[in-house]
Design a protein around this ligand. Structure first.
Ligand code: GDP
Length: 367
């Protein structure tokens, strides 16, 4: 008979059969002297303090509440994590309300990137995801670029109504709101917080110059974000702080690039060609032979190929391959939350690997 194993974190009875249920820990971890369940592991290593189901539940309550209002909805996304910072389901809740889409962190784009191409891509992608924004604009919340323009547009589009600002964590929503406060609230205005109905969360209300308000809703955790798979201390590695320096690689077919241990780009076929990486300057890129790539990852993930950190390896999702064939034009393979690789010439086959759950896709080059 199997002795019962207890999680040293929360005391729950550990099981290794049902990954989505309480007390799950991978089989391999049961050998250890001290066993910790997946939920406690996440809490400890990723600082995901909130219970998964509670978060999702609160998320639905927030969307419901926002959908019931007659308001302008301002949705913030990270332009380096468009899909990872998308709020799935928002379009089903907004009802007849307009949504203004704001792409943050424009300061990170190299000069060569055409803003209007990015905006058009965001418009197209939004529609594909079921949302038709009234407008799309780019800002840099941290530098303050275009924040005044954003404030003016918000005031125009709100049409005398309240404004709800929504977005998932890490997109820079707090930074944006803090900038906005300076733009919209005159002297003597009082910012208040109030309780979000039916949740444990508070929201910030900023009075506008009529009797309306701009309401900052709590940041929502999107479990598909790359940011949730790296340790808090490594966020600065994957999230660039400075303008990205494109790195050009001349690759022969059968070569692989690793982005730390978080993603991998295999050049399968197409002769010698050039590829430009738009990835955080802090994330190390390793070039290797495709035929050695699996072994390299097996032996060096958490070490030479980091992040992830060694202690995260067990819980880190397996990299999953996504194949792309580029027949014409200049295309970007976009790694949500990391950046992208521009394929400068067509006639190539590549495979992009990302942790299970993270999005990878192809788009027309922004250059
Ligand atoms: P929130 O979780 O959405 O409220 O995000 P924060 O405002 O806390 O920002 C998340 C991270 O993104 C922080 O490290 C910020 O410094 C960074 N950040 C926010 N806005 C910008 C921006 O416009 N450009 C850049 N490069 N980083 C930003």
């Amino acid at each position: 008979e199997q002795p019962e194993i207890i999680c040293i974190g929360c005391g729950v009875s550990v099981q290794s059969e049902r990954p989505n249920e309480l007390g799950y820990a991978p089989k391999s971890s049961l050998e250890k002297d001290q066993v910790i369940c997946q939920r406690c592991f996440r809490l400890k290593h990723y600082n995901e303090v909130q219970d998964v189901s509670l978060t999702d539940d609160d998320f639905l309550k927030i969307l419901n509440e926002v959908g019931r209002q007659d308001a302008l909805i301002v949705k913030i996304v990270d332009i380096f994590d468009f899909n990872g910072s998308w709020l799935p389901g928002l379009h089903r809740f907004v009802g007849g309300n307009d949504v203004l889409l704001i792409g943050n962190k424009v300061d990170l784009l190299p000069k060569s990137v055409k803003h209007n191409r990015l905006v058009n891509w965001m418009k197209d992608s939004s529609r594909e995801l079921g949302l038709k924004p009234i407008d799309v604009l780019l800002v840099s919340a941290s530098k303050g670029t275009y924040v005044r323009e954003a404030a003016q547009l918000i005031d125009e589009y709100r049409n005398g109504k309240d404004v709800y600002v929504v977005g998932c964590t890490n997109v820079g929503k707090s930074t944006f709101i803090n900038r906005l406060i300076k733009e919209v609230s005159g002297e003597g205005d009082i910012i208040t917080t109030s309780h979000f109905p039916g949740t444990t969360l508070d929201m910030i209300e900023i009075p506008l110059d009529d009797d309306k308000a701009l309401i900052d809703t709590p940041g929502i955790i999107n479990h598909h974000q790359m940011a949730h798979f790296v340790d808090k201390r490594d966020l600065k590695v994957i999230t660039p702080k400075k303008e990205i320096k494109p790195k050009i690689y001349q690759l022969n077919e059968g070569q692989t690039l690793f982005f730390g241990g978080l993603a991998r780009f295999d050049y399968v076929s197409g002769g010698r060609k050039s590829f430009t990486c738009y990835i955080s300057n802090e994330l190390e890129i390793h070039r290797t032979k495709l035929e050695n790539a699996d072994d390299l990852y097996k032996n060096h993930a958490g070490g030479m190929l980091a992040p992830p950190r060694p202690e995260q390896l067990e819980e880190f999702p397996a990299l999953q391959p996504h194949e792309f064939t580029i027949r014409e034009g200049k295309m970007d393979v976009v790694f949500s939350g990391l950046g992208w690789v521009t394929i400068n010439e067509p006639g190539v086959k590549v495979v992009a690997h990302v942790p299970k759950g993270v999005n990878v896709l192809l788009r027309k080059s922004l250059i």
